[in-house]
Every structure is written in C-alpha cells, then in structure tokens.
Design a protein around this ligand. Structure first.
Ligand code: 2U9
Length: 344
C-alpha cells in the first residue's frame, strides 16, 4: 500500500510538471484528488491493515495528497503568471512608432473672413444681425429708397417667388427690419453678414449667389468723419497697419452722399502693380450717409438722427486677401482648395 501511494505521488507530480495549461492541470486535480481518484481507492483497502499500521498509512496518504495539492497550486500560479506575461507581450505598444494622423477639417475661407470682420466690428460695439434670405420686395427695395419704377433696380435683378417676394439681392433689408424694430429710437449699430442672390451669368468674378457684409450706424450727430474713421480702421485691420483709404463720390439710392472706398494696394504699397492695375488703389467697399428717406421710412426722425452705412462683397475681400483668381473655387468644394485655409 505504501509503495502504491509513493507510485501515485510520483505519477501525479510528473503529470503536474508536464501540464501545459490550466485546463490540463484541473483535469489532473480531479483525477488524482477527486472522490473517485486512485488515492481514495487505496484508502478503501485500509480496513485490511492492522490497528498499528492504519494511522501510519492514513498519515502517509494525507501527506501524499497534500504534496500533490501543493504542487498543483504552485503550478497553477506559474501557469497564470505565464498567461499574463504572454498577454502583456501581445499587447505591447511600441511608443516609438509615429501615431496615426487625425484628419481634421477647417473653416471655409468665406467663414474665416466673415468671422474676422465680425470680431473687428464687435470690438467696436456693433452687434451682428441676421434676417431672411427669402424677402419681401418692400424690405429689399422699397424701404431702401428703391420704389417699383426705380432704374437702379435693374442692376439687382433677382429670383422672384411672387411679385412681392424674392431672394434678397443685398443684406440691407436686415438693417431696414432692425431699424423698424427700434421704433424711431437710436442708437442702431449693427453689421449684417449673409448670402444674397442676383440674376447674373456666372464667370470668374460673378456669381448668382454671393456673400455680403453690410454695416449700419444710426444715432444723433453721426457724421461723414465717423464713417471715414471706421472704414480706415477696418482697412488697416484687414489689409495691414500701413494701409490708407480714399473716398470717391458715387451713387447708391439708399445713401446720400455716397462714396466708393479704395484701400492703398497691400502688395505694392501704392506704387502700382498687377493687383491694383497700376493705380496703387483697390476698391473694397461702398458706403455713404443714410438717405433721409430711408431713415423716415423705418420710423426715424431724419432731423434728429443721422447715420452711415457700408457694404462689401465677402468673396471679393477673400479673393484679394488670399490671392484667389476665380470666385467659383468658393462653391465647388474641392478639398485641395479648401485645405489651403487651414490655420497653423
Ligand atoms: C440701410 C441703409 C443703407 C448699405 C450700403 C453699399 C453702400 C455698397 C455693395 C458693395 C459690393 C454691395 O456686395 S456689393 O455688390 N454695397 O456699395 N451698401 S451703402 O447701405 C444701407 C443699407 C441699409 C437701411
């Protein structure tokens, strides 16, 4: 019996040693130490032993069982540690490998210009006002001193929904609506960015849809010098501190007097080059003192209040600033074009 126990011990320890994984090890535990295992089987024969030998054999059997059990435990820990090691090796991150680049988008060049101009005017105390793109003839034309028969309407032919409703040709109706809401009380100090529409043939410099930013200030004692100072600051901020502006007389139905505003050429500094067509000046916006008719139609007393207004095409500003040669680049969504306006 003693020999049989030693034999079993030897066999079990070898099996434990050879076990390749936790499942195999568990099978060994069940087969050697389980209730139907060979050790239990041997112990069943103890009845045949003398009273003297029985406790010795019992002690030996327990010793063998404990030894096998301890070896299994030891092996289990070793196998578990090896499994963790293997997993760690598999999941090792090579920190010296360059990371995968994350492709991020960027703002559209027109958005960039609009936000830059908005920030500039917000800094001067203006608020940003928006309004509908599908507009009433009244706000788009009538309230801006362009009655039905006015010849200047020809220059802004639009897409009509009905006789009285059209796609706005300028953002000026937003100013007219804002003034109306003010109930004849100043000050009004707003800029209005947005899309506008005109019946036009598209080419490198014309588009039937484009963006404008217009501004309006109405208060007591607003003078032409306020207009000039504001636009000079605008030109310097957008095109460089060394820029100067020049006002040329012009005509707009909604302003009187009206001026076109040129900025000294940012490329040649005013000496003459291909950008400024050898003149030293580049036209960037239109402006003027708000026509008394416009003030009155929107409920302001033109004897008490005066104001100035200005308007610019955002595409034109962006084309000048970034050297873009075709307005259609803005609308065709070619990522090779758009990516060039990524900051940093
Ligand atoms: C109100 C009163 C006056 C807005 C103005 C211009 C001059 C102007 C053009 C620039 C290029 C339009 O995009 S463009 O084709 N705009 O020259 N706009 S003054 O005057 C207003 C607007 C609203 C109530």
């Amino acid at each position: 019996m003693q020999e049989r126990l030693k034999e079993l011990q030897e066999e079990a320890l070898q099996a434990v040693d050879a076990a390749a994984d936790l499942k195999e090890l568990n099978d060994i535990r069940v087969s050697y130490l389980g209730k139907k295992g060979p050790i239990t089987e041997v112990l069943k024969g103890m009845g045949k032993l003398s009273a003297e030998e029985r406790p010795k054999m019992g002690a030996l059997a327990n010793e063998v069982r404990d030894l096998i059990s301890a070896k299994i435990e030891e092996k289990q820990q070793a196998l578990e540690a090896a499994a963790v090691e293997a997993r760690l090796a598999l999941e090792t991150i090579d920190v010296t490998l360059p990371g995968r680049p994350v492709h991020t988008g960027n703002h559209h060049p027109l958005t960039r210009i609009v936000e830059e101009i908005e920030d500039l005017f917000i800094g001067m105390g203006y608020t940003v006002a928006e309004g509908p793109e599908v507009e009433k003839d009244y706000y788009n034309f009538e309230a801006l001193n362009l009655p039905k028969s006015h010849p200047a309407r020809d220059a802004q032919d639009s897409f009509y929904i009905t006789e009285e409703i059209l796609l706005r040709t300028q953002t000026s109706p937003v100013q007219a609506r804002t003034m109306e809401k003010h109930d004849g009380k100043g000050p009004v100090k707003i800029i209005c960015p947005g899309k506008v529409y005109r019946r036009d043939s598209d080419d490198a410099t014309h588009s039937h849809q484009f963006m404008q930013i217009e501004g309006l200030v109405v208060a007591e004692n607003i003078r032409m010098s306020d207009l000039k100072g504001t636009l000079e600051l605008f030109a310097k901020k957008l095109f460089g501190e060394d820029r100067e502006i020049r006002l040329r007389p012009s005509f707009f139905p909604f302003t009187e007097p009206s001026v076109e505003v040129d900025v000294s050429c940012f490329k040649c500094g005013g000496h003459g080059c291909n950008i400024c067509k050898q003149t030293g000046w580049i036209e960037v916006l239109g402006s003027g003192m708000v026509h008394p008719n416009v003030l009155e139609m929107s409920g302001f007393d033109s004897k008490k209040y005066t104001g100035f207004a200005f308007g610019m095409g955002v595409e034109r500003i962006a084309m000048l600033k970034y050297g873009i040669d075709d307005i259609r680049h803005f609308y065709t969504n070619d990522t090779r074009f758009l990516k060039q306006f990524k900051l940093n």
